[in-house]
Every structure is written in C-alpha cells, then in structure tokens.
Write a protein that binds this ligand. Structure first.
Ligand SMILES: [Fe+2]
Length: 204
C-alpha cells in the first residue's frame, strides 16, 4: 500500500513541479527551498494532494490553479521564522510558539506586499491553521473559512502527520486517516475528509 502511495504521489509531485517551474510563484518557492528545505518539500507534497482534491471537488481550471499556487506558498511566512526554531525538537516557549503561529499572518502580509494578492487566495494562507470549531491559531469562525481553506487544512495536516520530524514520529497512511476522521467536525470539515479518504482510496 505505501509503495503504491509513493508512486502515485511522486507522479502528483511531478505535475506540481511542472506547474511551479512555469508559474509566477517559482521565485518565492525557490527562496523557501534555500531557507528551509523541509518546508519547500512539504509545500510541493501539499500542493499535489490539493490538486487531487480540486479534481475530485470539480474545481474549474482557473480556480484550481489559484489553489495550487496558494498551497505551494501557504507556509511562505516561515521565511521570517529562524531555521533553528523551525527544526527545534525541544518544547517551545510561549514566545517561540507565538513566532511560529505568526507565519500565517506573515505569509498573508508578504504575499500582498509582493503583489501576489490577485494570484493567490490569501485566505488560504492566513487561515490554513484554523479549525472548523473555531479552536485554531486565530480562533476564526467557520463561517469565514472557505471550501479551499478547509481543503488545505486537511491536506496540510495529512502531510505533516505522515512525515518524520525531529519532534514528531511519522504516522502511517492509515493512522493519519484515522486521525483526520477522529478530528473531523472539530478541526476538519467532514465533507473534505470524506472526499480526501475517497480520493486516497481510489487513486493512491
Ligand atoms: Fe503552516
């Protein structure tokens, strides 16, 4: 199962890399690659999964490209977070935690300052750590969270759960899906989780 997922996901990543290499987001993505390789690779994988969900959710091509670009740049605010903090395995102080949490707002600010507001969905960047029950980073209400924000919340979490970090053991595909379901309705939109499960069962 995991090797099948690996093959399908690398094909997805190739599609995303083709898109990114020819898109206006590439210079920013390259900056991220130089700043923090893990976040760059995470962004590519997240965009690949977002692409599959867009196809399953019948996004129009132009809308899908915005989601793809926004997924590639969703963590761009981490450019202003020191590498030592991004990779820190010990418990974070409240100040450090606040700096990490600020990457959503910083990303939104950076993208607007760089004239990308019409090319990306800034809400996807700003709200990608918000939960549907209002318990996320900024405590934003579900009524402010778009379909694309909810989509990104799921695929971002899935990827974060299934990759080894110094502070976190990678979960298996099945464990990550279980966790998405366990937290659906609280952190994640139930319909998006259902669609994600179907997409991963059918194609990966
Ligand atoms: Fe993030």
């Amino acid at each position: 199962m995991s090797s099948m997922i690996g093959k399908k996901r690398s094909a997805l990543n190739e599609r995303v890399q083709d898109f990114a290499g020819n898109d206006c987001c590439f210079p920013l993505l390259r900056r991220m690659m130089r700043h923090h390789r893990h976040t760059y690779e995470h962004s590519l994988r997240v965009a690949g999964l977002a692409l599959k969900l867009c196809e399953a959710m019948d996004y129009a091509a132009a809308e899908r490209d915005v989601v793809l670009r926004s997924s590639l740049l969703h963590d761009i605010g981490k450019l202003s977070v020191p590498i030592g903090l991004l990779d820190k395995s010990e418990a974070l102080s409240q100040t450090e935690w606040d700096i990490i949490k600020d990457h959503c707002r910083n990303g939104d600010t950076l993208l607007r300052a760089w004239g990308m507001a019409g090319l990306v969905d800034c809400d996807m960047v700003l709200y990608h750590h918000e939960n549907v029950d209002g318990s996320g980073y900024g405590g934003v209400r579900e009524s402010k969270l778009s379909k694309s924000v909810k989509l990104l919340r799921v695929v971002d979490s899935y990827d974060a759960m299934t990759v080894n970090r110094s502070y976190n053991r990678a979960r298996t595909h099945e464990e990550a899906l279980d966790e998405l379901y366990r937290c659906s309705g609280r952190c994640y939109d139930r319909n998006v989780v259902d669609t994600f499960y179907r997409v991963m069962s059918e194609c990966c």
